[in-house]
Write a protein that binds this ligand. Structure first.
Ligand SMILES: [Mn+2]
Length: 458
């Protein structure tokens, strides 16, 4: 059903792509940028005349500025489905292709080609996978973009503890069959092939290792207690430099640490996806994804796109952006730990009122990590709030996937709209923008607290 939809969409778009001025707009995270990279390559192969823009969000202001003519073809990836009501005038004027996986609004028009797996009841998948299928139906040569599709899927957390299921698993199997990807079991640590082992430990937040995640000095202590040298002469050792015995010793110690707070520690292991045909430091799918995400979210879209498309001259620039981004996330997590008075524990949600203390760039990621790591109560949703540069408040909502029946996207869109803002996203992760002076209202409504301090609905 979904495949038939994508095939139909690609067939309907092919002529438009070849004859119109194609304008691709995509989201700034790793899923959006991998989507844009796939489309770029596919458009080059169609010999299309095109431009690509990467945007933080598809807001009403940006849509108002689009002003397309009938010579244009607009392709929106990793957003668009949730903004369809705002796009109706644009769609009236010219053809629009939406390749998205966010919760879709109901809207149909002869000018609109709308591909979203949720429309056909398909399980969750990333926008990069949607774009990959679309590209493949345009031209089968685009099958070689499977690695970029998987980088986006991993970065968008379309996996479960590093395991892919359903439709994405089928795409992964294709990549394996083509000799572009390999899958082996291993320790789920950040920067397995490239980072000093103490940094791998300190920068790994899922699985969360109490006392070690977020602290380089504790990670060094942990390794020295185990008798694992961090250096080989003057060279820092990475996870792949450790002997089998050392890896086992470290895994056992990590399990012990995990069992202090969890019943089951087996989630320290998962599938390691390795790419072939890329430089050594870009062979780990997840690490490549976090690199793209860091570059995208910090406004360095150009180098993110270039490195995905194989221009490795920007590698050093990408890594230095990544270091800074990781440090910003670690600071945000530590801020939540150390500022309990700014964390509102309301009946229906926990709210992180960070104001200017956590960058809007990482408030969503920090919310995800503090929820999954148990730094805050995993039994209710969390909402992170941070000031934006343009004088508003970025709100990010997250709910543990184990908590059924709470639709964060519905909550964020309804509340933000009622406060004069806007929002959208997924069932378990969503975001929005609200005016700066509505902070207290937002906390009150999502927290389920009435003005007099009574609980709503209980
Ligand atoms: Mn996405």
């Amino acid at each position: 059903m979904f495949l038939e939809e994508v095939e139909r969409a690609a067939a309907a778009s092919k002529e438009l792509i070849r004859t119109r001025r194609v304008k691709v707009l995509s989201q700034f995270d790793a899923d959006g940028i991998t989507s844009a990279a796939i489309l770029t390559k596919a458009l080059v192969r169609e010999d299309a005349s095109f431009e690509v823009r990467i945007l933080k969000q598809l807001t009403s202001d940006i849509i108002a500025d689009l002003k397309p003519t009938e010579d244009d073809l607009l392709i929106l990836s990793d957003f668009g489905s949730g903004q369809l009501d705002m796009l109706s005038e644009v769609i009236e004027r010219t053809n629009v292709v939406i390749l998205d996986h966010h919760e879709p609004r109901k809207f149909e028009h002869p000018n609109l080609i709308h591909v979203n797996p949720l429309l056909t009841g398909e399980a969750e998948m990333s926008a990069s996978i949607v774009c990959y299928m679309f590209a493949k139906f345009l031209d089968h040569r685009n099958a070689d973009l499977v690695d970029i599709a998987m980088i986006g899927a991993a970065a968008d957390e379309a996996d479960e503890k590093w395991e892919f299921k359903g439709f994405i698993k089928r795409v992964l199997d294709e990549g394996v069959a083509m000799g572009k990807i390999s899958v082996v079991r291993g320790l789920r640590l950040y920067g397995r092939n490239t980072r000093p082992i103490y940094k791998s430990l300190a920068f790994t937040f899922d699985p969360f290792i109490p006392g070690i995640s977020g602290s380089e000095s504790q990670a060094i202590q942990f390794l020295s207690d185990l008798g694992i040298p961090v250096k080989n002469g003057t060279e820092w050792r990475t996870l792949k430099d450790l002997t089998m015995e050392e890896q086992q010793k470290m895994a056992s110690a990590m399990i012990m640490e995990r069992l202090r707070t969890e019943d089951d520690a087996s989630d320290i292991f998962g599938d390691i996806h390795t790419l072939f045909g890329r430089p050594e430091e870009l062979q780990d799918v997840r690490e490549f994804g976090t690199l793209i995400n860091a570059c995208g979210r910090t406004g360095n879209h150009d180098i993110a796109l270039r490195i995905l498309l194989g221009d490795y001259s920007v590698m050093d620039r990408c890594w230095s952006v990544m270091e800074g981004y990781r440090a910003t996330i670690a600071q945000g997590i530590n801020w939540v730990r150390n500022n309990q008075k700014s964390i509102v524990s309301a009946p229906k949600a926990t709210i992180i009122v960070a104001r200017g203390s956590i960058s809007e760039m990482v408030i969503g990621t920090v919310s995800t990590i503090v929820l999954s790591s148990g730094i805050i109560d995993p039994g209710k949703p969390v909402f992170g709030m941070a000031y934006t540069a343009d004088g508003r408040i970025k709100v990010s909502g997250r709910v543990s996937k184990a908590l059924k029946g709470i639709n964060i996207k519905d909550i964020i869109s309804a509340v933000a709209e009622s406060l004069g803002g806007e929002g959208g996203g997924h069932v378990s992760a969503a975001g929005g923008l609200i005016p700066r002076d509505r902070e207290a209202d937002f906390i009150r409504i999502v927290g389920g607290v009435e003005e007099k301090g009574e609980m709503i609905g209980s």
